[in-house]
Design a protein around this ligand. Sequence first.
Ligand SMILES: O=P(O)(O)O[C@@H]1C[C@H](O)[C@@H](CO)O1
Ligand SMILES: O=c1cc[nH]c(=O)[nH]1
Length: 338
Amino acid sequence: MASILPASNRSMRPDKNTYESPGWTEIPQYRPGCPQIHRKRSVYVKNPYLEGMDEDILYHLDLGTKTHNLPAMFGDVKFVCVGGSPNRMKAFAQFMHKELRLEGDGEDIEDICAGTDRYCMFKTGPVLSVSHGMGIPSISIMLHELIKLLHHAHCCDVTIIRIGTSGGIGIAPGSVVITDTAVDSFFKPRFEQVILDNVVTRSTELDKELANDLFNCSREIPNVPTLIGHTMCTYDFYEGQGRLDGALCSFSREKKLDYLKRAYRAGVRNIEMESTVFAAMCGLCGLRAAVVCVTLLDRLESDQINLSHDVLVEYQQRPQLLISNFIKKQLGLCDQMS
Ligand SMILES: O=P(O)(O)O[C@@H]1C[C@H](O)[C@@H](CO)O1
Ligand SMILES: O=c1cc[nH]c(=O)[nH]1
């Protein structure tokens, strides 16, 4: 799905010419006596103006093509994990450092974006861990610059995973939801981006094979209920998610429950605030993408998050443990390490 809704009359117009690349480059791989084609997946930017720019400053990451040797710094990146909180993403990088048994204890791992306080970024081996703040505008800015970074660094075959928190619907708090499709507040698999005075509708399908691989990986982790389901992405935590405890609330408890139950019947199992734009942008730029979020509460039961600090920390580690196991498997490290 890729179409433009002109704001004036909102009739549908296809957006084909802009986004038609297959997302694949075929390059020959020569092995002695065994010439064959290997499909290498590049990171695409879809902006004709970029090529003509003398320098690209990734302002919110405090990086740039003239000031930094991006291929040397990031060329070996194969996994990018993103999440809202800077501390979570630092902890994840430190955890991965240990899990990959890289040199040193990883405690002194440096924030590559220390020159800005917008986002933080940590690299350990082939894994990049980046914070994105809260909500669609914040993650969208980070993704524009991150995708350009991966492109300038000539990265290929990159898998990107959002590891987040969410509110569950009809499932036990602490459950991990692997998103098959991100949907908007109308339970539709679309992300509407306003561009100039047009509304451009983009698909929010995620990589089904990756979601299944992650689910299979989750079977090996005891005591963490994990499921695949739709994730609803909203523009707000309070009214936007049908909460009764915000500064503003104009609907009844009955209306709230009716909405959440309709969401459940449409296949939605959790609610967060970034998945639609994440799925749309990564899909268009050739990145294999997944969203894995732990649920902090069941929204059919309550609105307030009253978990103790320790439980909150443990819950947030659940997606990290799953992704760490997945990455180790992908790198062929699991058998040697367990
Ligand atoms: O990755 P995080 O845990 O930040 O994701 C969810 C969605 C919002 O950004 C935030 C709301 O508390 O948590
Ligand atoms: O209810 C919740 C919990 C975490 N994040 C959300 O967006 N909603």
